[in-house]
Design a protein around this ligand. Structure first.
Ligand SMILES: C[S@@+](CC[C@H](N)C(=O)[O-])C[C@H]1O[C@@H](n2cnc3c(N)ncnc32)[C@H](O)[C@@H]1O
Ligand code: SF4
Ligand code: SF4
Length: 421
């Protein structure tokens, strides 16, 4: 892996190598007064917006597409649209999946630093090489003007105590990340009249902590945010601040204030096809985890997915060979009808080593119970081989998925009375 190929950390290659942000982290654990993530216009470039949010398995399908269509993507990053560590499960799962499939890819993260602490060891273990922490103040009087609240554990803290906790976690996080030799950038949003006189102090402190680069980001006035009425810093103010900060620590001068779903060369739009694919992937069924080796299928003939779960006396179990082919493992008798919910609890136990169940239809009760056990229930029409391959490889199975929400009812004589199966 060539760590010099990160276009944000190496301005020389910013026009040659690109990055892709996977928007798998929608929630945030603080509210910065300048951040507004609700509204999205695909034509605007501003931090925190995304045209869709993806689950980890969907993000992998999207990533495969981006890497096929765009050349020279050297970095996969997670920067929101909220905070990666307000969504640690999704973040860590996505990084694991990307690392496994693309061992040469540079992995990168941007966080406010509040929640990253417990994950630093694992991040280093996965060879995440670049981490950005946003730190906007060291002084409590200034910091308490920047945040509406900070959520710490189960408590929501007011601006002043919230800032104090946040700062402590940020400084600990920076030290912990540097200890693991991860390349560290600090983003500081420059907000005129609030923290613009405080940046040299931040630069000095970050240099002391051995941060590699400071990125002074000009504040972007987001309509609808608490700071929507404030002005953007002028170019001359930014130049002056960076000059003072550069006495202490290297500066980033080419940040584009990217979207949380940015893909490609810095500063270039994603393009319509990439945006469409992103939105398409967000609609795909989610595939949970990949340590379960099997899929289960309701089939009358061993060729097609063509049976309703309630009618299936047995389910066929399939796995994938090392070379990608699908093979039949065994047939498993399903629990007998009757017994209410217990029947579906027993079925979940029977399928605990299966990552997905493919049927032509099923009732609400089994769907809920199986989903709670993280077995993906896919209602589809198609061949077993095609469908199983799509599950194992994370391909889109859009063409097989039954879009008709009435499908179950149509095939079920008890339609209108709630699905009995
Ligand atoms: C949207 S955040 C997502 C990652 C993480 N939550 C964080 O704050 O670092 C990515 C970067 O955009 C910056 N940002 C958000 N809103 C901004 C704004 N209105 N103007 C300038 N930068 C902004 C954040 O401060 C952060 O450095
Ligand atoms: S931490 Fe990041 S995502 Fe959260 S409110 Fe601040 S800028 Fe927005
Ligand atoms: S926002 Fe700045 S640092 Fe983040 S990917 Fe874009 S250019 Fe790089």
């Amino acid at each position: 892996m060539d760590l010099s190929k990160h276009p944000c950390f190496n301005a020389k290659i910013k026009g040659t190598y690109g990055r892709v942000h996977l928007p798998v982290a929608p929630r945030c654990n603080i509210q910065c007064n300048y951040c507004h993530r609700k509204h999205d216009c695909v034509n605007e470039t501003r931090p925190g917006v995304s045209s869709a949010v993806l689950k980890p398995s969907q993000a992998m399908v999207y990533l495969d597409y981006v890497l096929e269509k765009m050349k020279n993507i050297s970095v996969v990053g997670i920067t929101g649209p909220g905070d990666p560590f307000a969504n640690p499960d999704e973040t860590m799962e996505t990084l694991r999946l990307v690392r496994r499939k693309y061992p040469e890819m540079i992995l990168c993260l941007a966080t406010n630093g509040l929640g990253i602490g417990p994950y630093i060891n694992d991040l280093a273990g996965m060879n995440v090489s670049h981490v950005t922490v946003t730190l906007n103040a060291l002084d409590s009087e200034i910091g308490s003007q920047l945040y509406a609240f900070v959520r710490h554990g189960k408590r929501t803290l007011a601006p002043k105590p919230g800032f104090e906790v946040l700062l402590e976690k940020q400084l600990d996080a920076i030290c912990g990340i540097k200890e693991k030799n991860i390349i560290t950038k600090v983003n500081t949003v420059i907000i005129p009249g609030i923290n613009d006189g405080h940046i040299e102090a931040i630069a000095e402190k970050m240099a002391e902590l051995k941060v590699d680069v400071l990125n002074c980001i000009p504040f972007y006035p987001n309509k609808g945010s608490n700071f929507g009425h404030l002005e953007e810093p002028s170019e001359s103010l930014m130049a002056d601040i960076r000059k003072k900060a550069a006495k202490h620590i290297p500066q980033m001068y080419h940040c584009q204030r990217c979207r949380a779903d940015a893909a490609g060369i810095l500063g270039e739009d994603n393009g319509r096809k990439i945006t469409k694919k992103l939105q398409e992937c967000a609609q795909m069924p989610e595939i949970h985890g990949d340590d379960r080796p099997y899929v289960a299928v309701a089939s009358l003939d061993g060729r097609l997915v063509n049976q309703h779960l309630g009618k299936a006396e047995e389910l066929l179990i399939y796995a994938q060979k090392d070379n990608g082919g699908i093979y039949f493992v065994e047939a498993r008798k399903t629990p007998r009808p009757g017994g209410g919910k217990q029947r579906w609890e027993d079925l979940s136990a029977l399928l605990s080593d299966c990552r997905a169940l493919m049927v032509t239809g099923l009732g609400d009760s089994p769907r809920r119970i199986l989903s709670q056990k993280k077995i993906d229930v896919l209602e589809l029409d198609g061949t077993i081989v095609e469908a199983a391959e799509a599950v194992f490889e994370g391909h889109s199975m859009d063409f097989m998925i039954q879009r008709d929400v009435e499908a179950c009812n149509k095939k079920n004589p008890m339609a209108g009375m709630g699905c009995g199966f």
